[in-house]
Design a protein around this ligand. Structure first.
Ligand code: PLP
Length: 390
């Protein structure tokens, strides 16, 4: 089998499973309990937090565990805006965000009547002129613009955005969804001058169901989860210590293997481009050369992705359509979301007709050159059998 959908999720690494088993067996207590059993769990929780903070280059006290990037993004947007509800000001975001950001932002517009400015990113180039205008025109409460885009792998200029905020709207807070960057490109929110950043565990060989939100010390936030006051009041609920420990182990592995993995996926990205050009000459690679090497988006005109994904899957090759989350939109909103909100691929300048024929291939350190060979060979076969441009 060839699994090429690592931007959706990754197999849990064996070292991570071992670590989680150990913690479930030996540190299963409630970290809030003040007896020794609780304290053992607390110690593991705090060690895990320190590992994640270290990887982000921030203080452990600035890292809050959540259930994943979706919750981190919701908490970042809603938490900041609720804390600033007495000073309404617009939110700035991009047209290519993940639904967990876009829908949180839209929620704030609906509930609090805050204006929203969307910055275009045609062909993956974030329009910094538009951003400059937006920051100059009227007060801004929050900028939320991702680092690595999850469908095409575009890398947005996070540090440049931070500098513009500092210069033009120093009162605005800046959040970065770093889900597709963390554990892969080693993002450092402080270098971006970001006050908030979202990350997740399951994209890098850790367990599902845990992520984190970095919130710079001193930033005022409201919570979405009321209760026992865990995570310094920002996210109540008994902490899943074994998940935190598994997440931390995945981060340690990613850090230790960083250079090697990066060189490896760069080679895979070059390989897939070369092989597609040779064996599927119709194919259009949407990801620019300077995109994240972990993601390659490719369209095959005349070959619908609903068909090609199934064809590949029947032959043990797993890629996705534009992104796993996009298919959720379709499913959940039964078409209405689609009509009101263009596919983010369209917002990236990829025509709608091409959106239906777009596949996303995404790598991890465990992906092999053989996996890439199989993908391209099977796609070529599929195009010959099912494509309309034979
Ligand atoms: N943000 C981005 C950029 C993503 O790629 C994903 C992945 O699905 C998410 C947020 C949501 O992550 P999760 O499914 O862990 O909540």
């Amino acid at each position: 089998e060839s699994y090429l959908d690592n931007a959706a999720t990754t197999p849990t690494r064996s070292e991570v499973i071992e670590r989680m088993n150990e913690v479930m067996r030996d540190a299963w207590g409630n970290p809030s309990s003040v007896h020794a059993v609780g304290m053992r769990a607390k110690e593991v929780l705090e060690e895990s937090r320190a590992t994640i903070a270290g990887a982000l280059g921030v203080e452990p006290g600035e890292v809050y565990f959540t259930s994943g990037a979706t919750e981190s993004n919701n908490l970042a947007v809603r938490g900041v805006c609720s804390a600033r509800r007495d000073n309404p000001a617009k939110i700035i975001t991009s047209t290519l965000e993940h639904a967990s950001v876009t829908r949180s932002v839209r929620g704030m517009r609906r509930e609090m009547n805050w204006p929203v400015t969307y910055i275009d990113a045609i062909d993956g180039k974030l329009d910094l002129g538009q951003l400059r205008d937006a920051l100059t025109e009227s007060p801004t409460s929050l900028i939320t613009i991702m680092n690595v885009q999850n469908e095409v792998g575009y890398i947005f200029p996070s540090a440049e955005i931070g500098r513009m905020r500092d210069e033009l709207a120093p009162d605005a807070l800046y959040h970065v969804d770093a889900t597709q960057a963390f554990g892969k490109l080693s993002p450092k929110p402080r270098e971006w001058h970001a006050e908030l950043a979202s990350v997740a565990s399951h994209k890098i060989g850790g367990p599902r169901g845990i992520g984190a939100l970095y919130v710079r010390d001193g930033v005022k936030m409201h919570t979405n989860a009321f209760g026992g006051g865990q995570e310094r009041g920002l996210r109540s609920g008994t902490e899943p210590v074994f998940l935190a420990a598994g997440f931390a182990r995945a981060v340690e592995l990613a850090q230790a293997e960083h250079e090697e993995t990066l060189a490896h996926v760069r080679a895979l990205s070059a390989q897939i481009r070369a092989e597609l050009a040779r064996l599927v000459p119709d194919a259009i690679v949407n990801s620019p050369e300077d995109a994240s090497p972990f993601i390659v988006s490719v369209s095959v005109p005349g070959l619908r992705n609903a068909k090609s994904v199934a064809y590949l899957s029947d032959r043990g090759v797993y890629a996705s359509r534009a992104s796993a989350c996009e298919s959720n939109h379709e499913h959940v909103a039964a078409g209405t979301w689609r009509k009101k909100h263009p596919l983010s691929l369209q917002a990236a300048g990829i025509p709608l007709s091409q959106g239906n024929t777009t596949l996303r291939v995404s790598f991890s350190g465990a992906t092999t050159p053989d996996d890439v060979d199989r993908f391209v060979a099977t796609l070529a076969e599929c195009n010959a059998e099912l494509g309309s441009r034979k």
